[in-house]
Design a protein around this ligand. Structure first.
Ligand code: SAM
Length: 278
């Protein structure tokens, strides 16, 4: 059966280039081009944007991004075995696909991108959270990218969008929601991937806010949330005892009951506490 871009079906690409999935590289491939196009569409209008993709693998999502009209895709792949398959895609879309061979954690990716930038990726599970944290904590805000559309294990996706008083609420939710709108736009069963992972997956879409949702010193906020969530079942008057003298009074002054636990405190209250402590 033909494909919309005239390139071979992904099963053939995998067979031709002998891309047997490697677990240590987090390789769970998406082989359904309708699905990869749908993920690309969930990133919004790509025309006029550079898209950064980490881990293109055999190129299913890359093809979706190009077919959906990305001005240019910059794709970073660690596994050299994937490069010939990606070169075929680059030939089919002249001048629109740049493939970088290397580790996304080590390369200077910003140097290869021109604004506006969107980041779209089916991330390798072993580096996904670290990459997200780096993208959420650049030296300056607003960041180079305007949105992140990222596939994670469902449990990680739930931690990113979680609200207070829920099991998944914690530092990742606060970090993401401090400077972004975050929502889950798609969930996928294990069978959507080859090989099938053990868990469900989900795509999270994060849009960068022009400035943080509530003002405060980001470093102080990080310090407070680290202390509070390291002992998430303890009352904050105990977990934050070392933060400042008279912590009970400070908590009360910003409307946080000293007997509250970290998981009950929302982003706005944490930011108010960061301002009071600073
Ligand atoms: N995008 C493809 C898809 O959706 O079918 C592949 C996704 S697979 C979950 C993750 C990809 O990331 C693999 O191709 C793997 O080789 C690559 N990868 C793993 N670690 C990486 C790293 N540190 N830097 C860049 N790519 C990496």
């Amino acid at each position: 059966m033909g494909t919309i871009d005239g390139l071979p079906p992904l099963r053939d690409v995998i067979r031709t280039h002998e891309l047997v999935a490697r677990k240590q590289l987090g390789q769970n491939f998406l082989l359904d081009l309708n699905l990869t196009a749908k993920i690309a569409r969930s990133a919004g209008d790509l025309s006029g944007c550079d898209v950064l993709e980490v881990g293109p693998g055999p190129g299913g999502l890359t093809r979706g991004l190009l077919a959906e009209g990305a001005r240019r895709v910059v794709a970073v792949e660690k596994d050299a075995r994937c490069l010939p398959a990606l070169a075929e895609i680059a030939d089919a879309y002249p001048g629109r696909l740049t493939v970088l061979h290397g580790d996304a954690l080590e390369l200077d990716l910003a140097a290869h991108l021109t604004a506006p930038v969107k980041i779209v990726a089916n991330l390798p599970y072993n580096v996904g959270t670290e990459l997200l944290i780096r993208w959420l904590t650049p030296a300056a805000w607003p960041p180079l990218w305007s949105s992140l559309t990222l596939m994670f294990q469902k449990e990680v996706a739930e931690r990113i969008v979680a609200k207070p008083r829920t099991d998944h609420y914690g530092r990742l939710a606060l970090l993401a929601q401090y400077r972004c709108d975050a929502k889950i736009v798609m969930t996928l069963p294990p069978e959507a991937f080859t090989p099938a992972p053990k868990v469900h997956s989900a795509v999270v879409h994060l849009t960068a806010l022009p400035q943080p949702r509530f003002p405060c010193d980001f470093k102080v906020l990080q310090r407070i949330t680290a202390m509070a969530f390291n002992q998430r079942r303890k009352m904050v008057r105990a977990s934050l005892k070392g933060l400042a003298p008279g912590i009970e009074g400070i908590l009360e002054s910003v409307g946080i009951p000293p007997t509250a636990r970290a998981e009950e405190i929302g982003l706005e209250a944490f930011c108010a506490l960061a301002r009071a402590v600073a």
